[in-house]
Write a protein that binds this ligand. Structure first.
Ligand SMILES: [Zn+2]
Length: 413
């Protein structure tokens, strides 16, 4: 069986990869033993300097595998009206092409897969969320820089409402969205925004979960002409009135509206595109984090981490509920005309951002279906990319080990 792949020089050659004896045979069992697989772990042991970044990238694939497990029983309705498995359960797993490709990015030198289904579900897929957020973060930084260069200022408002344990996520999200739209449509809000010289905004909806249930909130960057400062006191009555109109409890003076200081805005912009997590084993051990909760909640991907560490089904249930409530919603919304004002290119969809590549990226390897089956079944997707990130020699070694484990032997010809 000839399987073309690329050499270090990008040339194509075709080594013979032969199945090792019979499937499940003695030799194969030895090769696939945990001790042997340990070699791959050694190969992909990260260098100390970049340990956190490598850990994060590896964790995304591990969390994606958990998402697949949690959401595998759910379906979504297609445009034709038929029900099908949630696409996130196929993301970076199911092939779209005969071969799975490994590419090297010219932009950051990191490797990624091609030829696979990409879900672009920014709410539920840790891998797609990271890629899309990185792209969106860059655009937000450009927007703020461009606006400030034009003499404008950027403020940030955060809106939320009182919430309690055992409330369902979907109806809260629905009411929260309606309250925001209602407030923005009302003359009182338009007058206030005219007074401060609002030119446009970028809104991001977020959710965490804590002892008081689902904490749905939004951060809105306000692009303001001049230096007139918006105060929480001016906005709170408008927000409270909108919340009451849609059946939400009235937001408190302390938490309902927050207008961030310039320093906080800068910090918020700097952390865009970076993953946030409130979950650590230490917190759980020392503070009884979930049981006591408090204002500090867990992000949806934290729920996956807790489920992974504690194996308690209630965290899987919470993620499932969140994922169903948020799927299909837009995470980041630019007001109409703002991108033109800032001279930015038209916005990419989540799908375009999740699948964006550079034409100068280098194709390193084509992986045949049988080997890919082995890699995905044994959760080596992230580790193989990290091996590639460490260099071509390490990648080649990792691939040889995986090929042997999967039941292939390479024979020179
Ligand atoms: Zn995805």
């Amino acid at each position: 069986m000839h399987l073309p792949y690329q050499t270090d020089r990008g040339e194509s050659r075709g080594p013979e990869l032969l199945p090792a004896r019979s499937a499940g045979g003695e030799d194969r069992a030895v090769l696939a033993s945990p001790a042997f697989l340990g070699n791959i772990r050694k190969i992909t042991t990260p260098p100390p300097t970049d340990k956190t970044a490598i850990h994060r990238r590896l964790e995304r694939f591990a969390l994606l595998a958990i998402v697949r497990k949690i959401l595998s029983g759910l379906s979504s309705k297609s445009r034709k009206g038929t029900h099908q498995a949630r696409i996130v359960t196929k993301c970076l797993r199911v092939r779209r092409k005969k071969f799975v490709e490994v590419w090297k990015s010219t932009k950051n030198g990191l490797h990624y897969y091609g030829g696979l289904v990409i879900c672009a579900d920014v709410w539920s897929c840790p891998c797609c969320a990271a890629k899309v957020s990185e792209h969106r973060a860059e655009e937000i930084r450009q927007a703020v820089e461009s606006w400030e260069a034009q003499g404008g200022t950027v403020a940030m408002q955060t809106l939320t409402f009182p919430h309690y344990e055992n409330q369902r996520c979907a109806p809260l999200l629905d009411k929260f969205g309606k309250a925001r739209i209602l407030m923005k449509k009302r003359p009182s809000y338009k007058t206030l925004m005219n007074q401060i010289g609002l030119a446009g905004d970028i809104n991001r909806t977020e959710v965490t979960h804590g002892a008081n249930g689902w904490h749905i909130h939004c951060h809105t960057l306000l692009f303001i002409k001049g230096n007139i400062r918006l105060t929480a006191g001016a906005l709170l009555p408008l927000w409270a009135s909108a919340c009451e109109s849609v059946g939400l409890p009235s937001p408190s003076r302390a938490h309902g509206v927050k207008i961030s200081t310039p320093k906080e805005v800068a910090e918020y912009i700097a952390k865009q595109g970076k993953e946030t997590s409130n979950w650590t084993i230490e917190k759980e051990m020392t503070k009884g984090h979930i049981k006591r909760g408090g204002m500090e909640g867990m992000t949806p991907f934290d729920l996956l981490r807790v489920y992974r560490d504690k194996k308690e089904e209630r965290f899987a249930d919470l993620f499932r509920e969140y994922s169903q409530a948020f799927r299909g919603k837009r995470q980041l919304v630019w007001s109409r005309g703002l991108r033109d004002l800032l001279d930015l290119a038209p916005e990419l969809t989540d799908e375009e951002a999740a699948t964006s590549t550079d034409e100068l990226d280098e194709l390193l390897q084509m992986i045949p279906a049988k080997l890919w089956e082995y890699i995905r079944k044994h959760n080596f997707r992230g580790k193989l990319l990290e091996a590639a990130n460490l260099g071509k020699e390490t990648f080649r070694q990792a691939l040889d080990v995986l090929q042997a484990c999967a039941g292939y032997v390479c024979t020179p010809f």
